[in-house]
Design a protein around this ligand. Structure first.
Ligand code: 3PG
Length: 385
């Protein structure tokens, strides 16, 4: 496992502890749609409070125009949700750049860091302001550990004391357990729309896994590479030659599919063999034979990594594939690791959160770690360990 100096190794009583969390949660009309990232950060915040620290929280939300306050991206709903869960008032601070008064036992949340000019460019002065807010700077935001920005990187270099938070450590430990301490058979399931966005992940996983299940538009591109007609399904013709090169006995592809002529809640779903696919068909889920085939691999696996649904599970007619895959992973005794926004929604939809060994808060960061890339914040913390 990667060595990281962790918050638990520091004496923080009566200290001001600045914690970079990732509260970049999905929002709709000013309301939080899913607060998994807030829930994941709570143990770290509670730990710092229990140890007698003054807690200062930093996060971004969305991608507002930098340097401009924008009500649509305020962290006010996050402060409210945190206050609710912590049963402790969390003060939202708009003007924090030159410091503010805070006592041990109190929690402050600095307003969206992306309202501050220089965040994405990792500006030195902004990094210094962040570092100067506290005695210790804690990086706990695994989900943005792939961003070398002022709050995720620069502040760590400038802080007198910098360390990893418990959530970041747990994420790295879970990913390393899957990718380094592999118990075999190792099965990866990668779904999603495009081969192009997951190409490096597919390549990296193919080098490690025993079997790789591909789903969604990615599977369609591989089916096309094998010479199957995919009708008017989502797929990437330009990527077919590359998919041909990647094809190997490790890759498991659908043997039957669920199609419709339109993607809508009222569309008529029909199960077809690959040979029966018509030019007007859209492949929107895997069929029952494929589900059974994939379930047999899931049952045998000892390590499972899952990113991306295998069908359009938002519509009940095309949800069976993703639901069965999720339930089979949950029923397996393998070490199972899941990550990515859509994957998390599927797991939550089917109430399986407690049955997956580890659910990562990362989206882009999760994929980059799977690719074997070193994430800037983690690399820096390893150097400072
Ligand atoms: C994420 O949701 O993946 C992280 O919060 C990073 O957000 P970003 O892609 O806007 O930097």
């Amino acid at each position: 496992m990667s060595r990281l100096k962790s918050l638990e190794n520091l004496e923080i009583k009566n200290k001001r502890v600045v914690i970079r969390e990732d509260f970049n949660v999905p929002m709709k009309e000013g309301r939080i749609v899913n607060d998994a990232r807030i829930l994941a950060a709570l143990p770290t915040i509670k730990y710092a409070l229990d140890k007698g620290a003054a807690v200062i929280l930093i996060s971004h939300l969305g991608r507002p125009q930098e340097g401009v306050y924008d009500e649509a991206y305020t962290l006010a709903p996050i402060a409210e949700r945190l206050s609710h869960y912590l049963k402790h008032h969390v003060t939202l601070i708009k003007d924090w750049h030159h410091g503010f008064t805070i006592s041990p036992g109190q929690v402050a949340l600095c307003e969206n860091i992306r309202f501050s000019l220089g965040e994405t460019a990792n500006d030195e002065i902004l990094s210094q302001h962040l570092a100067d807010l506290g005695d210790v700077y804690v990086m706990d935001a695994f989900a943005c550990a792939h961003r070398a920005q002022a709050s995720t990187y620069g502040a760590l270099t400038q802080a007198k004391e910098a360390c990893a938070g418990p959530l970041l450590c747990a994420e790295v430990q879970a990913l390393d357990r899957a990718l380094l301490t592999i118990e075999r058979p190792f099965l990866a399931i990668v779904g999603g729309a495009k081969v192009s966005t997951k190409l490096t992940v597919l390549e990296a996983l193919l080098a490690k896994v025993d079997h790789l299940i591909v789903g969604g538009g990615i599977a369609n591109t591989f089916l096309a590479a094998l010479g199957h007609a995919v009708g008017c399904s989502l797929y990437e013709p330009d990527l077919v030659p590359l998919a041909k090169k990647l094809l190997s006995s490790k890759i498991l592809l659908p043997i039957d599919v669920v199609v419709a002529t339109e993607l809508s809640a009222t569309a008529k779903a029909v199960t077809k063999s690959l040979e029966e696919i018509k030019p007007e068909d859209k492949i929107l889920d895997i069929g029952p034979k494929t589900i059974a085939l994939y379930q047999s691999y899931i049952a045998k696996a000892r390590t499972i990594v899952w990113n991306g649904p295998v069908g359009v599970f938002e519509y009940p007619a095309f949800a069976a594939g993703t639901k069965n895959i999720a339930e089979s992973i949950a029923a397996s005794s393998a070490f199972s690791l899941a990550g990515g926004g859509e994957t998390l929604s599927a797991i939550e939809n089917y109430h399986l959160n407690d049955k997956i060994s580890y659910i990562s808060t990362g989206g882009g960061a999760f994929l980059e770690y799977l690719e074997g890339k070193s994430l800037p914040a983690i690399e820096l913390l390893q150097q400072r360990a």
